[in-house]
Design a protein around this ligand. Sequence first.
Ligand code: SF4
Length: 717
Amino acid sequence: MTDSKKTLCPYCGVGCGLEVSPPAQPGKPVNRDSQGYPSWKVQGDRNHPSSQGMVCVKGATIAESLNKDRLLYPMMRETLDQPFRRVTWDEALDAIVNRIQTVRYTQGADSICMYGSGQFQTEDYYVAQKLIKGCLGTNNFDANSRLCMSSAVSGYIQSFGADGPPCCYDDLELTNCAFLIGTNTAECHPIVFNRLRKYHKKNSGKVKMIVVDPRRTTTAEAADLHLAIKPGTDIDLMNGIAYLLLRWGYIDHQFIDECTANFPAYAEVISQYPPDYVAKKCGIELADLETAARYWGQSKSVLSMWSMGINQSSEGTAKVQTINNLHLMTGQIGKPGAGPFSLTGQPNAMGGREAGGLCHILPGYRMVKNPQHRAEIEELWGLPTGRIAAKPGLSVWEMIEGLETGKVGFLWVAATNPAVSMPDLERTKKALLRSPFTVYQDAYYPTETAAYAHVLLPAAQWSEKTGTMTNSERRVTLCSAFRDRPGETKADWEIFAEVGRLLGFTEQFKFTNSAEVYAEFVRLTKNRPCDMTGLSHEKLNTQGPQQWPCPADGNLVEGAPARLYTDNRFHTPDGRARFAAYHSRGLAEPPDPDYPFVLTVGRLYGHWHTQTRTGRIEKITQMHPHPFIEIHPRDAAKLSIQEEELVEVRSRRGFARFPAKITKNISPGTVFVPMHWGALWAKDAEANVLTHPEACPVSLEPELKACAVQLAKVTAD
Ligand code: SF4
């Protein structure tokens, strides 16, 4: 391959377009990376509408991750104490198929589980659903999106009748007030923040930016107003803002009357949130609360954005609905610069949502529990009626519990690293050790999770396979393969399809390329909220990235596809959006005399998740050489902790040690640790050893963002 290719950055859900050029150009020396491998030149794609040529450090250095530590061949071992031995694909797939058949007939299909990833392309997600939910008849497919944005999914469904962020990135430059809550956008979604910051600066004084975060993050530093609320008081804050909006008359009566339901019950709940009570509960100044409500109420358009600080909560769905409430009561949705905008964590978590990549959903925004939805998919997949199970499958934490009890007899993990990212990590690791048979499919080796596998399958990564990804603004980009596949790697969807055929489902897996997979997938979206019947690999290749809805007949309401709900009609049976009235339960594990601090975890600008890629990129490891714990000076003084001294952090589940970073950016009583370091990269510094699995009862997303801990200085003896 000698031409440049267009693709997408495979890190975060911003979904920046990339243009990559081959290492060898006529008349020039071969471009090489820091390890001496021929290196592709990567730059931002100026024509990509989402990113307009911009990339952050992760996108700019991605070429460094293409070659190092690649898993190149299938490997196997009988027990976890044995070394892996190289095997052929036939041997590996025979072992997998035999195991699936044995477990299916001895324990039942519900003992088979697959745990996938927002790193999948949509084609990978789709074929996995067909194999697991369709052919095998169990809904035990979950993805790491469960740890990331499943609360946004359920919050949208509860409020609007369907999933899907209703906004677009152009709204960043059209809004009068940006309300960022539970998101350190500057570090975690840098290009979204670049667009917002530039616009905010240019319109200084006219456009407001409110940031709600217990930490004074880089994002908070750019804000007009930073509300450093106590962890777990988000719902109190939003109910308090709603109280003031109602009292001051900043509400849209006509929109409420004509387009929503349940406002009286909501108004009754928010009447219990007077500002002095809310300010005290949230630990903020009364005047700041009033300023936030005034900014919201007086702005022609309000755009709220959130990510893990809202989603990773034992009341994540309620928090999302509470944000949606504010938009509904002020009519701030379906118009330029306005709406509730969840920022997805992963590059293709959105594609996973579209393809049914969680244990309670099916392709095309269908629900497992809906008999009509199941029947539609069975028919389209050529499967007998009743093949798709009527009950949702196991969420990933329920898979861990299933390993503990022996219910799970076969676990297939692909493109994710649960031995770092799951809560209550020691318990997770013990459960993985008990797995009778684990397949681990990834592009890299070693990883922390590979240590728990019986079979390793080498996956081609995004650079070596052609497929689609959808970013946070519902924009689908075709990622064209731009380099040859190393070793014996295969695309994830090809592996799933091959297993399907070996299991006897030859009709269902006749695909010869990913364009065919995509064509079949989009047919399933016909007349669904995420209608993509007008899309194909060919169209995306020739016309560039496209937003959905994109129906084949081209019929769209005015304002779509840039925004959803522009006609003020929602996907509920009566077309009205729903207010939700909630009182907060607070943190699942609040601080107490034994564990007096709240630990909150988060991400750093350069690193991505569990460092599977970024830990192998020199520039990024130099930028963030080691983990740390942020402590307020007052707390540090009480515990006689000096800068850089080692601090032992204990929760009810385990301990970890981090050098202290003493800073007023964190509130007293709260500490912060980055979540990127697993056992491969640092000893005794795994943040998730401390976190707990208590989850939102609706979204099943664990409260990874907060747990109670105690701190002690580590002394030499
Ligand atoms: Fe990649 Fe996200 Fe950075 Fe864009 S903002 S270059 S998608 S990591």
